[in-house]
Design a protein around this ligand. Structure first.
Ligand code: GCU
Length: 334
């Protein structure tokens, strides 16, 4: 090869490299890590979010999703989000409360009367207030995903009343509210990351846990825990978050794409949730899991001190009153 053709060849490769960089730097890529299974409705909603962002931006913005805890547990992902190592994550409000203290209100047992009440509160002004309350902690809530209601499941006997929890080691999320709730109900609260729970149940590290039907089903914990008691102690939502490092770096147009896509994904997820909740319960019943409907009264009584203790400032007292005042039968919903 002559010197001239060698020069041309070098130039050609240089141009290719520059073009590659340009294309790359033209696309805004955001890394989203979470800990749920890919069959979960919340994961599917995130895929929908990513598709919407791609559509709205004409391919100029991309969300890359890392599911199944491959980048860490929910707590670890929140820490990565705070320092800007990942751009987005989805966390349960229970884990989030130690990063965004105002979120604790949605984790209080029986603070919501029904699924409609929970949806109206989160879809309205209180929900918006909670989502933006994380900015001083380097995270911004984009939307809530429905995670239904949480109830106890156990290995050896059904939990029909709080006394049935006595002497049982109950897995809880990494959350002060969850720990306190199980203690008040008489169980021994044991925080364990979600991804480690199957083995913990199987090996007898814990005797029981609590979750919504799709999570119990998709994790296959029902293979070990054959009793599911629908006492519905909490409605703990999942929250989609963006790091403020990432958010502040976006221009107005990119912020608009992301906000709209998040909102649309939350609406879409509600339909997916309804289907998956029913499917999960039906499948577990068909598999022989004992699904029980205990009287909620005694559970409500035992955890009441938590709500009283929460209302220890004027703001918190008012917040509980505002939640109570939300009309669950009204038509207005975001
Ligand atoms: C639910 C929730 C998850 C959470 C899990 C848990 O599945 O959607 O975000 O991690 O509960 O109990 O840890």
């Amino acid at each position: 090869m002559t010197t001239t053709s060698l020069r041309y060849l070098l130039c050609f490769f240089l141009m290719l490299t520059i073009a590659g960089c340009a294309v790359k730097s033209d696309v805004k890529v955001i890394k989203l890590g979470h800990a749920l299974d890919v069959n979960h409705s919340v994961h599917k909603a995130m895929v929908f979010l990513a598709e919407k962002v791609d559509e709205k931006s004409n391919g100029k913005m991309r969300i890359d999703i890392y599911p199944n805890g491959q980048l860490g547990s929910e707590r670890e992902l929140l820490e990565l989000l705070q320092i800007g190592s990942i751009g987005m994550t989805k966390a349960s409000a229970a884990v989030l409360e130690s990063f965004m203290p105002s979120m604790a209100v949605v984790n209080l047992p029986y603070v919501f009367h029904s699924k409609d009440h929970y949806r109206k509160v989160l879809g309205g002004e209180i929900g918006q207030e909670l989502l933006t309350s994380g900015e001083e902690f380097w995270m911004r809530g984009m939307c809530f995903y429905d995670a239904g209601s949480r109830s106890f499941y156990s290995k050896d006997k059904p939990i029909m009343k709080p006394e049935d929890l006595q002497g049982l080691k109950v897995r809880v999320q990494s959350s002060a509210s969850a720990i306190q709730m199980v203690r008040l109900l008489g169980g021994s609260a044991t925080p364990i990351p979600f991804g480690e729970l199957y083995t913990a149940l199987q090996q007898g590290v814990v005797d029981a846990a609590e979750n919504n039907p799709p999570s119990l089903y998709l994790t296959r914990h029902y293979e070990v825990c054959r009793y599911y008691s629908l006492n519905e102690h909490t409605f703990v939502p999942d929250v989609m978050l963006v790091s403020t490092h990432t958010w502040d770096d976006l221009n107005d147009e990119q912020k608009k794409w992301l906000s709209e896509a998040s909102f649309e994904s939350a609406v879409h997820q509600r339909t997916l949730w309804e289907e998956s909740e029913k499917e999960a319960l039906d499948a577990m019943i068909a598999d022989g899991v004992h699904v029980e409907y205990p009287d909620k009264g005694p559970f409500i009584e035992k955890v009441r001190p938590m709500l009283d203790a929460f209302a220890n400032t004027e703001y918190r007292k008012k917040l509980l009153e505002r939640i109570e005042a939300v009309d669950e039968s009204s038509q207005t919903e975001n």
